[in-house]
Design a protein around this ligand. Structure first.
Ligand code: UDX
Length: 439
């Protein structure tokens, strides 16, 4: 069985490498010769733990190739995965399909023998049928069928998510195509991962509905955190208390500065557009988007308030700028809203992130980047934890407070407990905790 993966971005590269690990022969195609050359030297353009070893191992074993030649790899393939980007379209936030459509045309022109074309990129409901029409128009004689196989990979644990998924979703309506996909995912079904076969539209909607629901959970706990502060409750206890209800579940109930990343913001906006265009608007999703946007601004205001209401001339140290730990991904990171807000208010920003500084530097001009947490803290009026990297969980708080101008710690991820803070000189602000524990 031969697989061709079009697009060596995050999803394409992880999926391609994992399928090759199952023993299939995978060719990953990218238009960018520079990226292909780097991948052939085992240089991985993204930060994903374990991916470099997986790529190296399977490349050396001859199961994983990289090329710019789409034509040849499509001709040989039993399954072609489309894993190109679907950025948010400017203006309305709908997913932009230009890359998907052009990949579909190129694939169509090179099909040979029965091939299943699989959309792996997150695409609006109806895209698989749209691609089917494009392929038919381009190559009326082609023998192919469509499938939709959304990914549920979290950055930082993408390989584990691929290898040990909660479920695999495959939208497919053709028996031959279904058989190919079932064979591809057999190694996972042997490990008891449920493989759910659905129609094309349902599979496409499962991805959006799943991400929309998780984003709603986060937005909900963030609003509960605000309420906890107002009524002197502790959001950690409330999250635990509701999470123990099996119908709710404990995951994705961590309050924070708002969700970011490449999926939740983009997918909630796209879901909103899909629903509106289908005549079934989702006011819940619209409210989640609005409350998440507002939250990032509210966090910046909270930092300024902790500084006494005036950030002018104050030095603020920021720990973590990536949208979550274990990634250098800056896409829609709350730091991109919070830091500029603080700078506009007149603050001087020093920051450190274990992986994202190179990417962040061009997106956050004017920030003074440092090599570690302690140099960030030196002379600072306050220290703000924006991302819960492990290395921020065990800082020497006495050492930190001694080198700061003022010992003020604003923990927007609640990674410290009051017991840990109490013996230190820090004034500590966290979120969703009773006033006594908060500041
Ligand atoms: C997400 C989905 O989890 C994955 O299934 C999907 O396919 C892609 O999008 P990812 O964006 O990598 O994965 O990260 P995730 O761990 O889900 O976190 C997303 C954002 O939500 C981050 O900004 C994170 O800080 C925030 N978050 C997550 C919270 O604020 N609280 C939580 O409880 C969980």
């Amino acid at each position: 069985m031969k697989i061709c993966v079009v697009g060596t971005g995050y999803v394409g590269l992880v999926s391609g490498a994992c399928f090759s690990e199952f023993g299939f022969h995978v060719t990953c195609v990218d238009k960018d010769a520079g990226i292909v050359a780097r991948l052939e030297r085992d240089e991985i353009p993204i930060y994903e733990p374990g991916l470099d070893d997986l790529v190296h191992k399977n490349r050396v074993a001859g199961r994983l190739d990289f090329t710019t030649n789409l034509a040849n790899s499509v001709k040989d393939a039993d399954a072609v995965f489309i894993a190109v980007g679907t950025p948010s379209r400017r203006g309305d936030g709908a997913a932009d399909l230009v890359f998907v459509e052009s990949a579909a045309r190129e694939i169509a022109a090179n099909l040979s023998g029965f091939t299943v074309i699989v959309t792996k990129s997150t695409v609006p409901v109806g895209t698989a049928r749209h691609i089917e029409r494009i392929v038919r128009e381009t190559s009326p004689e082609a023998d192919f069928a469509m499938a939709s196989n959304p990914e549920f990979l979290r950055e930082g644990s993408a390989i584990e998510d691929f290898m040990r998924p909660d479920r695999v979703v495959v939208g497919v309506e053709d028996e031959r195509a279904r058989d190919i996909l079932a064979r591809l995912y057999r190694p996972l079904s042997l490990r008891d991962a449920p493989v759910l076969f659905t129609g094309l539209e349902s599979a496409e909607l499962i991805k959006y509905a799943g991400n929309g629901f998780l984003a709603t959970k986060i937005a909900f706990i963030n609003q509960i955190a605000d309420l906890c502060e107002a009524v002197d409750a502790d959001v950690q206890d409330v999250a635990k208390g509701i999470g123990l209800d099996g119908r709710i579940g404990a995951k994705f109930l961590h309050p924070g500065p708002g969700f970011g990343g490449s999926c939740f913001p983009k997918d909630t906006r796209a879901l909103s557009v899909i629903a509106r265009e289908a005549g079934a608007p989702m006011s819940l999703v619209d409210a989640v988007i609005a409350s998440n946007d507002a939250r990032k601004q509210a966090m910046a205001k909270r930092i300024i308030a902790a500084l006494g209401g005036d950030a002018r001339g104050k030095r603020i140290g920021i720990l973590g700028v990536s949208f979550k730990p274990n990634t250098d991904d800056m896409r829609e990171s709350p730091s991109l809203d919070i830091i500029p807000h603080l700078m506009e208010a007149g603050a001087d920003i020093r920051a450190f992130d274990p992986a994202a500084m190179e990417r962040a530097a061009e997106m956050l001009p004017g920030v003074d980047w440092q090599e570690d947490s302690y140099t960030v803290a030196k002379g600072a009026d306050c220290l703000v934890i924006l991302t819960e990297w492990n290395e921020f969980r065990a800082l020497d708080l006495n050492k930190l407070s001694a080198i700061m101008k003022r010992p003020l710690l604003i923990d927007l991820r609640n990674i410290y407990t009051l017991e840990e803070i109490a013996p230190t000189p820090f004034t500590y602000h966290s979120i969703g905790r009773p006033a006594a524990l908060r500041d």
